[in-house]
Design a protein around this ligand. Sequence first.
Ligand code: ZN
Length: 246
Amino acid sequence: MRFLILSDIHANREALEAVIAHAKDKYDRVLCLGDVVGYGADPDVVTEWVRHNAELTIRGNHDKACAGLEDLEWFNPVARVSAVWTRETTKPENIAWLGKLPKGPAQVDGFHILHGSPLDEDEYLITNQDAEQVAPYLDSQIFFFGHSHLQGGFVFHRNHTKRIAKPGTDSDEYVLEVDPDSTYLINPGSVGQPRDNDPRAAYAVYEPEQRLVTYYRAEYDIRGAQRKIIAAGLPEVLAKRLGIGG
Ligand code: ZN
């Protein structure tokens, strides 16, 4: 069994389509860690693909905001403008689907998926210290998380915490062999708005029987996505950041 793990697609159709093409023949089942919408200009196309192809999707903070479940006061001005735009332009049936997404963590076979952290769906796991604080609560060997838009994650082995690498800029994949004596918090990276200084779309494939997690990066039509963000009247910074992956 091979799981395609997608997170933080953020209504970026060009990035999603590039990932699907790049991942062709590499997966059997699809899981999504949330933030299907927000920031990008194609909420309907992206939501409909995820609705029909992912067997389980966990809600992200932007999904909640766009569905009206979150007080927008907590959002920065750019995120707020994009949440309001998404709420007003997305088909009601897609907004309704986003509003019903379950909160993580959720168990899938022998592992878990979630959006932010195992303790709080809106919390960011950025530093080793952030990860160490939640490590005692990990009750399966592998947890997949998103929210930070930083591909990689953390591995815990006998009181040591290490950051997991990601594909270098000269490569489009990085293979992680899962060690039976370690515990993992794995971030597949963001499909639609990477923030780790690599503008390529990020995703991962998990093969439990092989004990392998492969991190991938896919080139996509960044200019096309940027043009649509500008044409939609969304804040220009949302287009700019796609160009630098930051
Ligand atoms: Zn996000």
